[in-house]
Design a protein around this ligand. Structure first.
Ligand SMILES: Nc1ncnc2c1ncn2[C@@H]1O[C@H](COP(=O)(O)OP(=O)(O)OP(=O)(O)O)[C@@H](O)[C@H]1O
Ligand SMILES: [Mg+2]
Length: 311
């Protein structure tokens, strides 16, 4: 087992940031760690990497306890923290060599390790530049190169695409996909599409507890409200709203004026029945004009909202 977390808890002066979470990650898995601001993602990652002692519970990396056997555990990990601390007045290659040596890479292997990390992260062209002169995206790449320079088996990346523009996000994402073959990866993010594209497993955390742990597709399929239905009608709005809300399986409804007497309704529906049939029959019975009736299946975004806003 690559990561084994048991009942891990962190309290900060009475406030519980991580509340007894447990999960395991097998070698080779790419796991997305998803949650809103303040959910406990960074706190968990900092405990896993030995930077923060837990209040209770345990965590181990490749069988090495991260607190009692922290040196061995840390050798296995490449960590990219939320705010990458970089030495602004060092040159890229120089900084990475320094970091490699610090992480125990043998002197004669430092150079090849650094070359490899720079190549992976597209840093070769800026290797002689001072870190302080690099753009945000390039600094982020230096942080990633730092995380992988000692060829760790496990990469723990805390929002690696945070603050990047869409092009840079793509580059970092494809880099992560490329790294996936050689490393086990635990990656936190706010960007749902990122998880859907690059991770085969998602752990959703909210208020310090794990709310879901599954594949992105299974999560979307098992969602309580299985999706939304869009309807456009020409009908008296009060009557339409009342009748639509009364249908079985409809949980919530929002409406907007679509102009020319038309109204648009978005219905949140539960699994179990096809409300489209009921709506078309209702429209015929009430003599409403109907010009759109579309079902949208739940996306990972719906799952996220459902699991993190319910309470
Ligand atoms: N050193 C600290 N002292 C006190 N409280 C802290 C400390 N670090 C984190 N917290 C609190 O713990 C909770 C979880 O924070 P954490 O940084 O783990 O969230 P996160 O999921 O990483 O959020 P974000 O998406 O904003 O990065 C927050 O309420 C935060 O204020
Ligand atoms: Mg964080």
């Amino acid at each position: 087992m690559m990561i084994n977390v048991q009942n891990l808890t962190k309290r900060f002066s009475g406030r519980t940031a991580v509340d007894g979470i447990s999960f395991q990650v097998q070698p080779g898995e790419i796991v997305g760690f998803l949650g809103p601001n303040g959910a406990g993602k960074s706190t968990t990652m900092r405990m896993l990497t030995g930077y923060l002692p837990p209040t209770s519970g345990s965590a181990s990396i490749s069988g090495h306890d991260v607190f009692n056997d922290s040196l061995k555990a840390r050798r296995e990990i490449g960590f990219m923290p939320e705010n990458v601390p970089l030495y602004e007045d060092m040159r890229v290659a120089e900084y990475l060599s320094f970091r490699a040596a610090l992480k125990g890479v043998k002197i004669r292997e430092v150079r090849s390790h650094v070359e490899r990390a720079m190549e992976y992260c597209g840093l070769t062209e800026v290797k002689k530049k001072m870190i302080g002169t690099l753009s945000k995206g390039f600094r982020q790449r230096v942080g990633l190169a730092d995380a992988l320079v000692h060829k760790p088996r496990l990469l723990i990346l805390d929002e690696p695409t945070n603050g990047l523009d869409p092009n840079q996000i793509r580059q970092v994402r494809s880099l992560i996909t490329q790294l996936a073959g050689e490393h086990t990866i635990l990656l936190s993010t706010h960007i749902l599409s990122e998880v859907q594209m690059s991770c085969r497993r998602v752990i959703i955390i909210n208020k310090g507890t794990i709310r879901a742990d599954d594949t992105p597709d299974a999560l979307a399929n098992n969602l309580q409200s299985s999706g939304t239905v869009s309807v456009e009608l020409k009908a008296a709005p009060a009557e339409a709203e009342e009748k639509l809300t009364a249908l079985e399986h409809v949980r919530r409804l929002s409406s907007s004026d679509a102009g020319g007497g038309w109204h648009r309704y978005e219905l949140r529906v539960e699994p179990g029945g096809d409300v489209r049939v009921d709506i078309s029959e209702l429209a015929r019975a009430r003599q409403w004009s109907l010009r759109e009736l579309t079902q949208h299946n739940a996306t990972l975004e719906d799952v996220f909202v459902e699991l993190t806003q319910r309470d």
